[in-house]
Design a binder for this molecule. Structure first.
Ligand code: DX5
Ligand code: ZN
Length: 218
């Protein structure tokens, strides 16, 4: 069966205190790290040196989301650094299949992300090359936005194609995921849920992770 996985994003956590902030989400399956370069998205966060330090100081597996131009050039270094999963954007990669194979060869799960306006159709014949498809449920760049319901049919089409293939490929959703929206995303076929503001605005992030998990499973 498809596992239900919660991957809190530290984007809206205290970025000056990441060690403690990641220490507050020990019940998470992954920690979601949003790398932004101010080119692919109009915002900038952190890059490889910071991710390397996070990997060295936490036991929670890292789910790296690269919102950057030229991922073909940069993504393999994150796999080499020990990220459990590396997601790059379809819109930014010149050779997604070659890149996915390179990520896998370096021991990471290979994942491809689709902005809200990017169709999944062009990737359906290539699903076997990926361990996960990230269907963005907001325009990437910022936390705290509302889920765009127009992305739900794409989640459904992606899950249907994976089921037809009979593969264990995960479908991740990212953006606007909360107790109010997670069941809808799960019903559409998502199984890995990124939640930034929902987890880090809670008094008890671990309890919120539990609540999200329960709501997704219900
Ligand atoms: C947005 C990032 C997300 C962000 C989600 O571009 O990719 O991971 O942190 O934040 P919320 O859960 O607040 O929508
Ligand atoms: Zn993200």
């Amino acid at each position: 069966d498809v596992p239900i996985l919660i991957s809190p994003s530290v984007l809206n956590a205290d970025l000056a205190n990441l060690t403690d902030e990641i220490g507050r989400i020990t019940h998470a399956d992954y920690v979601h790290l949003d790398v932004m370069d101010n080119h692919f998205v109009p915002n900038m966060t952190f890059g490889l040196p910071v991710v390397e330090r996070i990997l060295a100081t936490t036991d929670v597996p890292a789910d790296v989301h690269l919102m950057i131009d030229h991922p073909d050039e940069w993504a393999p270094a994150y796999a080499e650094a020990g990220a459990a999963s590396v997601t790059f954007h379809a819109e930014a990669s010149n050779a997604p299949v070659r890149l996915a194979r390179e990520l896998r060869a370096k021991g990471a799960r290979a994942s491809i992300a689709l902005r809200p306006a990017t169709g999944v159709e062009g990737y359906l014949d290539l699903l076997d090359e990926f361990d996960m498809v990230l269907v963005m449920t907001v325009e990437p760049g910022f936390g705290g936005q509302s889920l765009i319901t127009g992305t739900l049919p794409k989640i459904r089409r992606t899950r249907e194609a994976i089921t037809a293939l009979g593969r264990d490929i995960w479908v991740q959703v990212d953006g606007g995921i909360s107790r109010d929206t997670i069941a809808t995303a799960a019903a559409a076929g998502a199984n890995m849920f990124v939640a930034g503001s929902a987890v880090y605005s809670a008094d008890d992030p671990n309890a919120e992770i539990g609540a999200l998990r329960e709501t997704a499973t219900a």
